[in-house]
Design a protein around this ligand. Structure first.
Ligand code: NAD
Ligand code: UDP
Length: 339
């Protein structure tokens, strides 16, 4: 059974390709390598023993996308990871973000409809909830106006899926709303490859411990949280990858209850920035050099998932303990070294 994975050489995509292959699926990847590296294929092959099929082109190219589907008539399902994802950059380059993230989804959906591919899993984000009034957030928690063009692309893509599902009754679509993905494959063959100075907490932290960055800035300790630092739901990337396999199976087995569904994919646990630093120190025995600085603009105070629906409906539950996730992350950073 062949699954088409867009953005499959990226961080979450590559881990999902591994889990798909290990679950018996055949995979074909398309990626334009704007934020990933072709050597990721070596890492995947090293883990699974199988090199996934790969084509390099930009999914905003409608003709190239259509030609691809025309050549791969055996695709049964699509997982659409390909997107630009840097929140700050999206504020300064809104048109590039809307063009890339919306047009790539549009082209994939147009070709799926034309070539009769019925099943899609889409990468959404807890960013659609913004600062929710009630925690933890359930799938019924109202979405809030996005804080950034990036966040807005996720909300708009979800809306496209919802509207399409209303008229294309035999297309089956699932949006997975990821909380904060972290970690790396325990083999240290694949992991996150941040481009330039990382914006996210974990790559900044591991680069600090590795001596690439001088000091981690903790953005604010005056929030209304137990220790004053913001709280997030950090989900291991392998658990997240497995959620995609479960979602694909649900669609292929016709177990979905509606032809557009969306699920929270998190652990259900809120962890503060200081708690995460402490857990990293415990997991690795390394000291993190950090200082408290002012708040980062646009940050929300706290968010974590109610995962009841994913647990009961998908039959999926996060399982990797946080210390293990952080140990895997550090093993990956050690492998990357200072490069
Ligand atoms: P990533 O940048 O590592 O992977 C995305 C991949 O898509 C990259 O390999 C990139 O080269 C490719 N790509 C981007 N635009 C493309 C295009 N037009 N054509 C072909 N390839 C293209 O990002 P990731 O962290 O693996 O994220 C995967 C998905 O999950 C994205 O949609 C992202 O928005 C979403 N998401 C990520 C997070 C997170 O914190 N990492 C959280 C929530 C949602
Ligand atoms: N954060 C931090 N220092 C950093 C990067 C992030 O203190 O260098 C904090 C940030 O304020 C937030 C949490 O870590 O509370 C997670 O941030 P990240 O950018 O990883 O994910 P977000 O939840 O913002 O998408």
């Amino acid at each position: 059974m062949k699954v088409f994975v867009t953005g499959g050489t990226g961080y979450i995509g590559s881990h999902t390709v591994v889990e798909l292959q290990q679950s018996g699926f055949e995979v074909v990847i398309v990626d334009n390598l704007c934020n990933s590296n072709i050597q990721v294929l070596d890492g995947i092959e090293k883990i699974t023993g199988v090199r996934p099929e790969f084509e390099q082109f930009d999914l905003t190219d409608e003709k190239a996308t259509r030609d691809f589907f025309a050549r791969h008539r055996d695709i049964k399902a699509v997982i659409h990871f390909a997107a630009l994802k840097a929140v700050g950059e999206s504020v300064s380059m809104p048109l590039e973000y809307y063009k890339n993230n919306l047009n790539s989804l549009m082209n994939v959906l147009l070709s799926m409809r034309e070539f009769g591919v019925k099943n899609l899993v889409f990468s959404s984000s807890c960013t659609v909830y913004g600062q929710a009034d009630v925690l933890p957030v359930t799938e019924q928690t109202p979405r809030k106006q996005a804080e950034s063009p990036y966040g807005n692309t996720k909300a708009m893509c979800e809306d496209i899926l919802r509207d399409l599902a209303k008229v294309e009754k035999d297309m089956n679509l699932i949006a997975l709303r990821y909380f904060n993905p972290i970690g790396a494959h325990p083999s240290a063959c694949i992991g996150e490859l941040p481009n330039g100075v990382p914006n996210n907490l974990i790559p900044y932290l591991t680069q600090t411990v590795a001596g690439i960055r001088e000091q981690l800035s903790v953005f604010g300790n005056d929030y209304n949280t137990p220790d004053g630092t913001p709280v997030r739901d950090y989900i291991d990337v392998i658990d997240l990858a497995k959620a995609h396999v479960v979602a694909i199976r649900r669609l292929l087995d016709g177990k979905n209850k509606a032809n557009y569904e969306y699920f929270n994919i998190g652990t259900g646990n809120g962890v503060s920035v200081l708690e995460l630093i402490q857990a990293f120190e415990k997991a690795t025995g390394k000291k993190v050099n950090y200082k408290i600085v002012g708040r980062r603009a646009g940050d929300i105070e706290k968010v974590w998932a109610d995962t009841t629906v994913a647990n009961t409906e998908l039959g999926w539950k996060a399982g990797v303990p946080l210390v293990e996730t952080l140990a895997n992350t550090w093993r990956w950073q050690e492998k990357l070294g200072k490069g």
